[in-house]
Design a protein around this ligand. Structure first.
Ligand SMILES: C[S@@+](CC[C@H](N)C(=O)[O-])C[C@H]1O[C@@H](n2cnc3c(N)ncnc32)[C@H](O)[C@@H]1O
Length: 278
């Protein structure tokens, strides 16, 4: 299975398979978020049991930096999980935050390939076997500069300033705290479509973060998804809205919209209410 994943990744890197415009199990990986996490991160702090999409891993790392001891994560994309594990292993392996930032967020270029190789040699010691096999396979064919500029990853530009604003745990001292927090957190991961997982996951959550997934689903599927989500009574589901909030409010009248303070867009909040039967 894992060998197949690395072979599919290789086909994508070689340009023999193109990623679809929509999301699937082997879509491109987000290097960094394209959201303003700090505008809604208080929800991570104030809720106990949380379920987050894997995506670039940054929402999860934010929650861990807030001291959460148990976090459940999900994604349709299997590669996102390999990448998240690579980031976690890197935080454990790389003592200096500058090296972590250099590896993941600076424009990777061939001049530094031997440095990337040295970092990967350290990082791989902290990977579980399956993840090690996936990344080892790719690193035996490609340098990190080639890999991270390939179609395996989103081609959206990465701005270090935005990364730092969104991820305060990347400040020098906080990074050291995060390294400690990582040793005591339990993470359960689920791979699959959230509409299916909503039915199969047995746990119940105070918060389910949906990013902007519902906008990629067929009309009407959002309400079914909300109905099925494994939420505690009064638990909330959040959807990220980039802009045109009025349009979505009309479509989802039972949600409330909380505009961001500093940016356009906001968060659609859906709260699970107790049902009364007559
Ligand atoms: C919708 S994308 C958008 C990225 C997001 N705005 C961010 O900055 O992190 C977030 C993640 O949701 C995953 N995803 C998309 N559709 C999904 C679905 N139906 N079920 C589960 N995960 C899904 C994608 O694979 C991706 O990793």
């Amino acid at each position: 299975m894992k060998e197949k994943d690395s072979l599919i990744a290789q086909q994508i890197i070689e340009g023999n398979i193109r990623n679809q415009a929509n999301f699937e199990s082997t879509s491109f990986i987000y290097k960094t978020t394209n959201e303003w996490i700090y505008e809604y991160q208080s929800y991570f702090l104030n809720n106990e049991k949380i379920l987050l999409p894997i995506s670039s891993g940054e929402q999860i790392l934010t929650a861990i930096s807030f001291g959460k001891k148990k976090i459940d994560i999900y994604d349709l994309n299997r590669f996102a999980l390999f990448y998240f594990h690579l980031k976690v292993a890197a935080i454990k392996a790389l003592k200096e935050v500058e090296n972590y930032l250099f590896f993941f967020y600076q424009d990777s270029c061939p001049t530094f390939d031997t440095i990337y190789d040295d970092f990967y040699t350290e990082i791989r010691n902290y990977l579980e076997k399956e993840d090690q096999e996936f990344w080892d396979f790719l690193f035996q064919f490609y340098d990190w500069s080639y890999l991270s500029n390939s179609l395996l990853f989103s081609q959206e530009p990465v701005y270090l300033q935005k990364v730092m604003k969104n991820n305060p745990y990347l400040e020098k001292d906080s990074y050291q705290t995060l390294r400690k927090e990582l040793s005591s957190v339990t993470i359960n991961s689920y791979l699959g479509d959230i509409s299916d997982l909503a039915i199969s996951i047995k746990e119940k959550y105070d918060l389910v973060y949906l990013s902007n997934i519902c906008f990629y689903k067929a009309k009407g599927e959002y309400s079914t998804l909300l109905e099925n989500l494994p939420l505690e009574e009064n638990g909330v589901a959040l959807t990220y809205v980039y802009r045109e909030e009025e349009k979505y409010l009309k479509e989802f009248p039972l949600d409330t919209f909380q505009p961001f303070k500093e940016h356009s867009g906001g968060i659609l909040v859906h709260q699970k209410k107790k049902k009364f039967y007559l």
